[in-house]
Design a protein around this ligand. Structure first.
Ligand code: PLP
Length: 372
């Protein structure tokens, strides 16, 4: 059998990511491939680092995209900062907090969990109690924007607590970067990772990371080599470092990096704070429409993520049938519930280029149709 080229339809992506990719970014991906050590490409990499510093609100020198998805950014933060025998306090209020624990234990370190209710932000009082009980903890890790539930945690307050107990912080910003306020330097975040496919509206497969000076010092002071060769920041720096002294580490995903560059140029053109405001405004409009349809939110208004709207599936409505209808009749994707929320909620994304009024109108019309 001869297999033909794959020609996907144009869908509207309103799930938990990937989000719609802007045509400008798709066009950037199709530009001529350069060698990954070509001086022109190296110049673009320097710009990319600058743009990422802007997006993260940081002056951290060690700010770059890992050549792999958000999970690899997560792993890069943990394998570089955590050593066997260390104690890490991990806040768990959804699927991705659990994944952080997995990372800690696989390193041979101890994860002390702060278990919080799904659909709620991380509880500061609970975290303080645990930090008080575990004065020897080295790191506090938490998810800023829990994509499995739609809850936003107070990253600034959590980082202040970590500093009080002399812990470094590892922050998951996969869904938050570009969608809600995030200030790496002002909030004192030590290690942070994100993903290209959510509010940056790029294709999946890249993970921007940033490490503070304190985090870099901790990496340099390690007693054991970093367990992962590919994610060892000391080696990655040899390729991404300043001054044109670029040594081969791995073959960078050249065209994917053009895409990320373009998405960050677009973020800079819009302005970071304007992007946060756009997500908030689109969320308000979607929320009003959903409530009018009798569809209710999982998360309280004060801690809702504008870019990830978790709603209860109304009684008597068939989850799979509705999602299948939206896809088949409207080329529209929304997300199913994950983990404890499977079968109970839908996750409606308004991320990056997907956060537009025409998408909201389509979603509300199609959903009303699908539920009748
Ligand atoms: N962390 C959070 C909060 C996420 O939402 C995701 C993906 O949805 C990840 C980590 C993992 O990212 P990726 O799927 O790109 O590996």
């Amino acid at each position: 059998m001869t297999i033909s080229s794959f020609m996907p339809p144009v869908r509207t992506l309103m799930g938990p990511g990937p989000s719609d990719v802007h045509p400008r970014i798709l066009a950037a991906l199709a530009r001529p491939t350069l060698g990954h050590l070509d001086p022109l490409f190296v110049g673009m990499m320097d710009e990319l680092k600058q743009l990422l510093k802007y997006a993260f609100n940081t002056e951290n020198e060690l700010t770059l995209p890992i050549s792999a998805p958000g999970s690899a950014g997560m792993e890069a933060c943990f394998v570089n900062l955590v050593e066997p025998g260390d104690k890490v306090v991990v806040c768990v209020n959804g699927v991705f907090g659990k994944r952080m624990c997995e990372n800690v234990t696989r390193i041979g370190a101890t994860a002390v969990t702060v278990d919080c209710a799904w659909g709620q932000p991380v509880d500061l009082a609970q975290v303080e109690t645990v930090l008080e009980q575990h004065r020897d903890a080295k790191i506090l890790a938490f998810v800023h924007a829990e994509t499995s539930t739609g809850a936003l945690s107070d990253a600034q307050a959590l980082c202040a607590l970590a500093k009080k107990y002399e812990c470094l912080t590892i922050v998951d910003a996969v869904t938050s970067l570009g969608g809600v306020e995030l200030r790496v330097d002002d909030w004192g975040i030590d290690a942070i990772y994100s993903g290209s496919q959510k509010c940056l509206s790029c294709t999946p497969g890249l993970s921007p990371v940033s490490f503070s000076d304190a985090a870099v010092a901790a990496i340099k002071a390690r007693k054991h080599p970093v367990q992962s060769w590919f994610l060892d920041m000391n080696l990655i720096l040899g390729y991404w470092g300043e001054g044109g002294k670029r040594a081969y580490h791995h073959t960078a995903p050249v065209n994917a990096l053009y895409g990320l560059h373009e998405s960050l140029v677009m973020l800079q053109e819009e302005g970071l704070e304007n992007a946060w405001q756009r997500h908030a405004a689109m969320h308000a409009s979607l929320a009003a429409g959903l409530e009018a349809l009798g569809v209710h939110f999982v998360v309280d208004a004060g801690s809702r993520l504008p870019q990830l709207n978790s709603v209860y599936i109304p009684d008597g409505v068939d989850d799979a049938k509705v999602r299948q209808y939206l896809l088949a009749e409207h080329n529209l994707e929304i997300g199913a519930g994950l983990g404890d929320f499977a079968g109970k909620v839908w996750r409606i994304g308004l991320m990056g280029y997907s956060a537009r009024s025409e998408n909201i109108t389509l979603l509300l019309t199609a959903l009303a149709e699908a539920m009748t």
